[in-house]
Write a protein of this length. Structure first.
Length: 572
DNA sequence: GCCGTTTTCGGCCCGACTGTTTTCAGTCG
């Protein structure tokens, strides 16, 4: 039982309790426990195994939830959850995806109309039975019918790359209006969370009408869902929804703070405001009627005795305490990056030659790269065997003479095979400048086997780094079942680096585990894994993930100069 | 259901918009 599985069951419990009309603070307690579990590096079962009181030491987990977690670990479910599932059919939860339907309305549909699925809801709405319910009327019924066929695709989160592309296109367009003085994206997109559920755009504009009109006409906008005096909600053609808020200039900082979130960060910040007899909302920080701050985010944080918190850290994972103690990290920036240690060429499945990749990297301001084509196990990617690899490295040596101003390391992305051996012989690996070991196949093996493979790779004297350690694909594929504390301890002991793979579909390590690796003193490398020249441009996503992990330039090996970086490589 | 330098009860962040009512509950972020 993995942490995410336990979290999912508690989240499901909360959903079902909501439909049942349970106390909202009780629901919040479950959601808060889910968050705690998702932010944990340690295996929850291991924590529980240490003793009865250990689970309740975790924030938001008391006696009751600790008991339920133990129950899940032992039996894969809880009696409470089984009872809830008995009472509320699974299809009822699908109705929550419809816009305008929350737990109360869904509860009414289920309890009073006995509707248990989207199909039954559609039928009930078509027959006009929905509008007969108290609290429902024709408009709600109409809205259900309009949205029900597309309901399955609602609520899908998109990758940070897709979200940023859309957000920037829209913001750039809105900025062209004369009536507009400021437009910025806030929300999870500004925090560079790996996926975004919607876009939050804030603007200062003389004419809210004009900017809302402009947004509704944007080519990316499919439909206007809501429109008031200061707020408009639209759906984009990719299914993502976007909120535009128009705020007064003197409130822009407070609004940015408010709408950047996260919710958990804001709850904590507003609690601090309350403690000081202040009230914080999107219009400013107030003492009674008097505005204390609001024009800039810095002002708002300062008025609460806090340093300005970089958006990527705003998850209530300790950043507020750091801001109070004036100990916020100076986060790594794109301009700190000097090297890229994971990329492919036409030798395996890349689209560009060694020289083209080197030139493209140089054009992007890098001073060193590693060419790391696939090993033979990745047969679909035309992976290299020992012989071809040696020839490939000879080619790299030739290219070194054809381009100046950039160093090229002879590397390999070497598969860790299912039997825990490496895909390239030690004799050949010994000749490499840089070896990234990765798991591509057998990701679903049990933890014991996965760990044997990872530890074997770490102990190999020629392996420099573990690439995309979990193998997860954001929103698509769960990563391998890794015992992270053991994994990181071994990497620390043997001096092996950990990669943050910057490809927005991977972002692997994730923020939580990258922070845990850093805490172990493991050097992190942020790499693009580019398969073309343009592929080098994903580096900002990796840097953003590193920032979310609280990493500083000193924690990231490829911020070093080439000679400093080479000194860090173990000499064996 | 959690939490506590107001500690075993009584709190628990805040506001816009919509639809259904006619002063407000629900939804949403």
């Amino acid at each position: 039982m993995r942490n995410q599985d336990i979290a999912n069951l508690l989240d499901l419990t909360a959903d079902l309790l909501e439909i049942q009309g349970a106390n909202s603070f009780r629901i919040r307690a479950y959601r808060s426990a889910v968050r705690t579990i998702e932010g944990l590096t340690e295996n929850l079962a291991d924590v529980a195994g240490k003793g009865a009181g250990e689970l309740t030491k975790l924030p938001g987990i008391g006696k009751d939830l600790a008991q339920r977690i133990v129950e899940i670990i032992q039996s894969g479910t809880t009696t409470q959850l089984d009872e809830l599932r008995e009472e509320v059919p699974a299809g009822v939860l699908d109705m929550l995806k419809l816009p305008g339907l929350g737990p109360k309305k869904v509860g009414a549909l289920f309890h009073e109309l006995h509707v248990t699925s989207l199909d039954e809801l559609k039928q009930a709405a078509e027959e006009g039975r929905v509008s007969l319910l108290k609290g429902f009327a024709k408009k709600t019924e109409q809205s259900i019918l309009e949205n029900i066929d597309a309901a399955a695709q609602f609520g899908q989160r998109v990758s940070i790359a897709e979200a940023k592309r859309a957000a920037e296109a829209i913001c750039d367009d809105l900025r062209q209006l004369d009536c507009v003085t400021q437009v910025e994206v806030a929300g999870s997109c500004r925090r560079s969370k790996e996926t975004c559920g919607d876009l939050d755009i804030l603007a200062v504009a003389d004419s809210p009408t004009e900017i809302m009109d402009r947004l509704s006409e944007h080519e990316l906008v499919q439909a206007v869902l809501q429109r008031g005096d200061t707020k408009q909600r639209v759906r984009l053609i990719n299914g993502l929804e976007a909120d535009l808020r128009v705020v007064p200039e003197e409130s822009f900082g407070a609004a940015m703070q408010y709408f950047t979130g996260s919710k958990e960060h804001n709850v904590e910040v507003r609690r601090r405001a309350q403690e000081r007899g202040l009230k914080l909302n999107e219009y400013g920080l107030f003492r009674g009627e008097e505005s204390v701050a609001g024009r800039t985010e810095e002002d708002v944080y300062a008025a609460l005795g806090l340093g300005w918190v970089p958006p990527e850290l705003r998850e209530n994972r300790g950043e507020i305490e750091l801001a109070e103690a004036n100990k916020l990290p100076k986060l790594v920036e794109m301009s700190d990056i000097r090297g890229d240690l994971h990329m492919h060429t036409t030798a395996s499945d890349g689209e560009a030659s060694i020289l083209e990749m080197a030139q493209a990297a140089k054009d992007r301001g890098l001073s060193y790269i590693a060419i790391t084509d696939h090993s033979k196990r990745a047969s679909v990617a035309n992976g290299l065997d020992d012989k071809r690899l040696l020839k490939h490295w000879k080619d790299i040596e030739k290219v070194r003479g054809q381009i100046s101003g950039i160093e090229i390391l002879k590397g390999i992305e070497c598969d860790i095979l299912e039997d825990a051996t490496l895909d390239i012989s030690d004799e050949v690996l010994a000749e490499a400048d840089w070896v990234i070991a990765v798991i591509h196949y057998g990701l679903k093996q049990p933890r014991k086997q996965i760990m044997e493979r990872l530890l074997n790779a770490i102990k190999n004297p020629y392996v420099c780094a573990i690439g995309h350690p979990s193998g997860r694909i954001v929103n698509k594929r769960q990563g391998a079942d890794i015992d992270y504390p053991e994994f990181f301890q071994a990497a620390a002991d043997y001096g092996v680096f950990m990669e943050i793979n910057a490809n927005p579909a991977r972002l692997d390590l994730d923020d939580i585990h990258a922070a845990a690796a850093r805490d172990k003193g493991i050097p992190i490398v942020i790499n693009t894994d580019a398969h073309s020249c343009g592929g080098l441009d994903v580096m900002p996503y990796g840097v953003a993930q590193a920032r979310r992990a609280g990493l500083e330039a000193k924690d990231v090996a490829n911020t070093r100069t080439y000679s400093e970086f080479c000194k860090m490589l173990r000499t064996s």
